[in-house]
Design a protein around this ligand. Structure first.
Ligand code: F6P
Length: 535
């Protein structure tokens, strides 16, 4: 196999970012230093970034590891790659385009971006002043859904005067439930799709339009808004230009929360939420660009993640937001990380040679403690955990917040410190057990400890701090992509599944012959499902 095509946009043959990681002496040195290092529970390691604090005391560290990390980033051409990203160069090489979501949050963006934002704000101002659209049905999936769900959940959790229903899944029950009980005369349908080809969004959008048409509203298309990078397709649907908001080809789908996709957030809560999130993310961009390596939160978070995944072999990363309002943060980060880093070939098309992006999962604490924390504490594998908590709450019950903070710190401490056999034995004996029983039970009470974690503390949950938090993860993922040598901005695997689903849909509908290349099981079920389509 050739190493790399010199014609690849932005990736010169033999350039540092195109070389397999496992071949680099700097990688060997990094691995060696990481294996020789450990978590130092006596040392506090705190980084301030864009108004949030990141405590990485619970991650493996040493002076040697820090030096090896610097050398590794240099060998990977990290500074140039970061410049390319932030300057709008071709960062997404396999799709030959920029990944310039950061330009959407520059305080004074280019006129095209500023103009679109003004249009959006004006649309919201008008709708608010006329008290229109008591109901919003936001139809979109993946990046066209999670960010808005997250923001509306985070800042509209106490209720807003508009009802917002999110419909993403192609399962007809989703749109059925999304429209149920709504007054069609006071409902706005927001269709968010960068490509305007996504099957889920188009099919659900059709159902919503039919629902408007069937209910006899004067002009159904006046009640539909599209947010897309392909306005011509939305126009062909019948949506008027005044109801089409633009996003750009260089905004990756999973970064579209920074674009006009946030119209629903602005309608559900207000435009200040959107502006605040943009400002917080911009502050994190500046931090990422300027902070020295040792104090750079996204870089340090990325390096810790690489040690955990590629050196220590942890297969997953747990996200534990100790804030009920952040219940959609886990799927948001899950998409961001797994769609970005779920790849195993590098920019040159060669195997990366080391384990890449971990599986990301989680749930807000304290629910998580009663669901899967047992596995984190004493399971054979465990996983690094990102604990996220706000120093101050907004509900006015200090006792609730004290308990939340205490639980967050306690879980983290237990994972870090663990409990030795001797301590467990002493505990059992102190409880009055006889010696044999105590020795037996103590073995069950041992916690291995030494399980890595990061604690991220927001002063309080605000649009600004949430924006900064999301940008922190974005940049962490980017740094990991650079080190692993992969493109974090494409998602070819998802595309393959979409193509297969299209073919099977036609087969189920009897519009195409069943493909003889199906495996036996798929062929059987296509036959079985194809015969009961009426139900
Ligand atoms: O899951 C694949 C994906 O392309 C995501 O990256 C994207 O956010 C989602 O589908 C929806 O795409 P679109 O906004 O084009 O409908």
């Amino acid at each position: 196999m050739p190493v790399v095509s010199p014609s690849l946009p932005g990736v010169a043959a033999g350039s540092p970012e195109s070389r397999p990681l496992s071949e680099l002496p700097e990688w060997a040195a990094f691995c060696g230093a990481a294996k020789a290092s450990s978590i130092d529970t006596r040392k506090l390691r705190l980084i301030d970034a864009a108004g949030i604090q990141m405590d990485i005391s619970g991650q493996v560290c040493s002076g040697e590891l820090a030096a090896a990390a610097r050398a590794l980033l240099d060998a990977r051409g990290f500074s140039d790659m970061r410049r390319r990203l932030l300057d709008g160069g071709i960062a997404n090489v396999t799709e030959n385009r920029a990944a310039w979501h950061t330009s959407l949050r520059i305080p004074a963006p280019i006129e095209e971006i500023a103009a679109e934002r003004r249009r959006l704000n004006e649309f919201v101002r008008l709708a608010d002043s006329e008290r229109r659209w008591r109901n919003i049905v936001h139809i979109g999936i993946g990046g066209s859904d999670w960010g808005v769900r997250l923001a509306v959940g985070a800042f509209g959790y106490a209720g807003t005067w508009r009802n917002v229903h999110f419909v993403a899944n192609i399962d007809g029950h989703a749109i059925q439930g999304g429209l149920a009980g709504l007054d069609p005369h006071d409902t706005l349908i927001v269709l968010a799709s960068k490509s305007f080809t996504t099957a889920e969004t188009l099919q659900n959008g059709r159902r919503a339009l039919e629902w408007l048409q069937a209910s006899g509203v004067a002009n159904p298309y006046d009640q539909v808004v599209a947010i897309t990078a392909r306005p011509e397709v939305a126009r062909a649907w019948g949506i008027a230009d005044a109801h089409i908001f633009k996003l750009w080809d260089w905004v990756g789908g999973r970064f579209s929360v920074w674009s006009a996709v946030s119209l629903t957030t602005a309608l559900a809560v207000n435009v200040d939420v959107v502006a605040g999130m943009l400002a917080g993310a911009a502050a994190m961009d500046a931090h990422f660009q300027q902070a020295p390596l040792e104090e750079n939160a996204p870089i340090q978070m990325a390096l810790a993640g690489i040690v955990n995944r590629s050196v220590l072999g942890y297969g997953s990363l747990n996200i534990a937001p100790y804030d009920f309002r952040l219940f959609n943060l886990v799927p948001y980060i899950q998409q961001l990380e797994m769609e970005s880093l779920g790849k195993s070939v590098n920019l040159a098309g060669q195997p990366v040679g080391v384990p890449t992006g971990p599986a990301v999962w989680g749930m807000p604490g304290t629910d998580a403690q009663h669901t899967f924390f047992q596995w984190l504490h004493q399971g054979s594998e465990g996983a690094p955990v990102d604990f996220i908590v706000c120093q101050h709450a907004d509900h006015g019950w200090p006792d609730h917040h004290r308990s939340l903070l205490a639980n967050c710190l306690a879980q983290r401490e237990a994972l870090l410190k663990g409990k030795s056999y001797d301590d467990a034995l002493a505990e059992c004996l102190a409880g009055g057990m006889d010696a044999d029983e105590a020795k037996w039970l103590a073995r069950h009470r041992v916690h291995p400890g030494g399980r890595p974690s990061t604690l991220i503390v927001l002063p309080r949950l605000s649009p600004y701090t949430l924006g900064a938090l999301l940008a922190l993860y974005e940049h962490k993922i980017f740094v990991q992509g650079v080190v692993w040598g992969i493109n974090p901005f494409d998602q070819w695997g998802v595309e393959y599944g979409k193509v297969l689903a299209k073919g099977i849909t036609a087969e189920l509908a009897g519009e195409a012959a069943v493909d003889a290349r199906h495996d036996a099981s798929t062929a059987y079920w296509v036959g079985a499902f194809g015969s009961n389509q009426a139900s």
